[in-house]
Design a binder for this molecule. Structure first.
Ligand SMILES: [Zn+2]
Ligand SMILES: [Zn+2]
Length: 310
């Protein structure tokens, strides 16, 4: 990865000026709901593809990434490390597992920190496990996932499903390859190589959520899965109709919550802005034209919302 390529990549990702009108997302924000006795699952969006999923007893963190840095830090290869003050915005109570869909820094960089804080397992590819090990997590809490093999945390059953990373930059996967066991931390963005991508199926008595962070797929990957809601990564997708067919229609879900659409080079103290690669306007135009029955809902930043049950 040359520095020049990193610069082009960062600039392309950061140019959010044409990122689209956020009105359709704002209008669809899920409202707070009163507590009910039935099993419910709440989701808190942490920005980018990050979410906390909890049912009041057990919680999962998926791709929790909150140590945001500006484009300059990416271009100049700054070592990325969790800022505990920033990380404090994430509720780590009851977290049993930290799940990582792929090893790019905007998914992985803070995951070992949260696993450490919460005494939780870290699950992901071998690349993710390599980073977790160097970060100091004990072997007993590192889980290199086997696609299709469910793991149980409280009332949640979690299954990683093999997928592909979207063509996020000029038709290419940025930072391809795997992270070696001898990676030195802190590492720069370009050292957080992709390492294999997964969708995650989260089953619960209240229903089933699919978390699909990266905007590509393997044909048939969700065969046999029946989901209520898909948390759908928008950034870096190619054809929206194909994407919806293989990832949303394939699961039978009638509800979609967009994730990974915001400009993650901006701090949490700045207003949300879309990243150009999320093509927000085109997404809504395509859904309106081709999927009138599909309900698109959005999550506010850092506020839990009931997504299943209730
Ligand atoms: Zn990625
Ligand atoms: Zn990403």
């Amino acid at each position: 990865m040359s520095r020049r390529y990193a610069a082009v990549l960062a600039t392309a990702l950061a140019s959010g000026a044409c990122g689209g009108d956020l009105t359709p997302l704002r209008e669809r924000t899920i409202a707070p709901s009163a507590p009910v006795a039935a099993p419910t699952v709440r989701v808190t969006w942490l920005g980018t593809a990050g979410v906390r999923v909890d049912d009041g007893w057990t919680a999962l963190l998926i791709d929790p990434f909150v140590t945001r840095v500006g484009v300059g830090a990416i271009v100049f290869g700054k070592g990325l490390t969790t800022d505990p003050e920033q990380a404090a915005i994430v509720d780590t109570r009851d977290v049993a597992a930290v799940l990582v869909t792929h090893s790019h820094y905007d998914h992985l960089v803070d995951a070992p920190y949260f696993a450490e804080q919460a005494d939780a397992e870290l699950l992901g590819s071998l690349s993710t496990v390599n980073v977790g090990r160097v970060a100091g997590l004990p072997e007993s809490r590192l889980v290199a996932v086997e696609p299709g093999q469910p793991r149980i945390y409280g009332d949640f059953t979690v299954t990683f499903v093999e997928s592909l990373h979207g063509p996020a930059l000029f038709g290419r996967v940025p930072f391809p390859g795997a992270i070696e066991p001898r990676i030195e931390l802190p590492a720069s963005a370009s050292e957080y190589k992709m390492g294999g991508a997964y969708g995650i199926v989260i089953e619960h008595p209240a229903g089933t959520i699919v978390h699909h962070a990266s905007a590509s797929w393997i044909d048939g990957m969700y065969e046999g899965v029946q989901a209520d809601v898909v948390l759908l990564g928008l950034a870096g997708r190619d054809d929206t109709t194909d994407y919806l067919a293989h990832v949303v229609d394939a699961t039978g879900a009638k509800r979609v919550i967009p994730i990974h659409w915001d400009n993650f080079f901006r701090g949490f103290d700045e207003p949300l802005k879309a990243i150009r690669a999320a093509k927000i306007d085109e997404f809504f135009a395509t859904v309106d034209a081709s999927r009138p029955d599909l309900s698109i809902e959005s999550l506010p930043l850092l506020q839990p919302r009931t997504v299943l049950g209730g």
